[in-house]
Design a protein around this ligand. Structure first.
Ligand code: NAP
Length: 275
């Protein structure tokens, strides 16, 4: 990549940031379609978030992704937030248009694209989401528009109740909250939206013996978690979060460049990190 006086800057704000795969995916895409853009990681401490957002304007940065732990707090520094991100209560993409910053959330649509390309249809299905944080809100926003019923299981009951109430306001789907995820047989699709599985010694988010081979098991974590491995052994259809990561990036790319993203190049760049 040749940096010139005309290079347009994009990037990602997070803390820590060293683990991010997004620069691989976006820089490969810019190169592939021959546009003079680059994507940089920015290690932004929580106490510097406001200053960092001001720098998007001051340095004429085209846009950034936002990751842990800034997705919620960044909202108060923006000029505008689109409807989807407002509902979700978190922003993962910012666009700078002449100094005016708009926040978007592409995570939920990214998840739906990942389901679609894997032939997983949630129309009229019974779906269980485990967890009620930002990612659950993002995927729930779309799942409730197609599923027949959606059941939320959250460690903090209040958060799960709030998400259920919010989703009832935007869909006709049957929505409920459960404290028990022992009996899983009736669910068609189960989505883990907790971080359980990121660490080696994490417990599984559900009892593996309670899964059945007619079920689809999705994990939003983008690496192969023990949940995904065990579910595959039980002949369940499985989906990890790599597709969601890809598609949320594809959607952000489109927001920043208004160009058609080279999806397969972006996919290969992400997959290369796991070889
Ligand atoms: P978050 O807002 O912090 O929410 C996490 C949820 O998991 C909360 O409901 C939390 O419960 C619950 N939880 C946390 N630790 C738990 C534990 N030990 N046992 C049971 N429940 C637990 O995080 P998030 O942004 O939603 O992210 C969740 C996961 O999704 C992360 O692993 C992240 O990597 C993944 N993700 C993937 C993508 C992608 O592109 N593939 C995008 C976004 C997120 P409390 O509310 O009680 O704390």
């Amino acid at each position: 990549m040749q940096i010139t006086g005309k290079t347009k800057i994009t990037g990602i704000f997070g803390y820590p940031i060293e683990h991010t795969l997004s620069p691989l995916m976006h820089n490969a895409a810019f190169k592939a379609i021959g546009i003079n853009f680059c994507y940089l990681p920015f290690r932004v401490k929580p106490e510097n978030l406001g200053t960092a957002v001001d720098a998007i304007r001051a340095l004429n940065i085209v846009g950034v992704n936002i990751t842990i732990p800034h997705k919620v707090n960044v909202m108060s520094f923006l000029d505008e937030i689109n409807e989807e991100a407002l509902f979700i209560g978190a922003v993962n993409t910012i666009l700078n248009k002449d100094g005016r910053l708009t926040g978007y959330n592409t995570d939920g649509r990214g998840f739906m694209k990942s389901l679609e390309e894997n032939g997983i249809d949630i129309k009229n299905k019974k779906v269980l989401i485990i967890g009620a944080g930002g990612a659950a809100r993002a995927v729930g926003y779309y799942i409730c528009k197609e599923a027949a019923s959606l059941i939320i299981s959250g460690r903090t009951r209040q958060k799960a109740d709030r998400l259920a109430d919010d989703l009832r306001n935007i869909s006709k789907c049957q929505i409920s909250v459960t404290d028990s995820i022992e009996d899983l047989k009736s669910y068609d699709i189960i989505v883990n939206s907790t971080p359980l599985g990121l660490k080696e010694d994490d417990p599984l988010p559900v009892k593996i013996d309670n899964l059945f081979n007619h079920q689809v098991i999705c994990d939003l974590i983008y690496k192969e978690t023990p949940l995904i491995k065990e579910a595959r052994k039980r002949n369940c259809k499985t989906l990890n979060g790599l597709g969601m990561l890809l598609w949320q990036g594809v959607l952000a790319f489109r927001i920043w460049t208004s160009k058609e993203p080279p999806v397969e190049i972006m996919r290969k760049a992400l997959e290369s990190a796991f070889i």
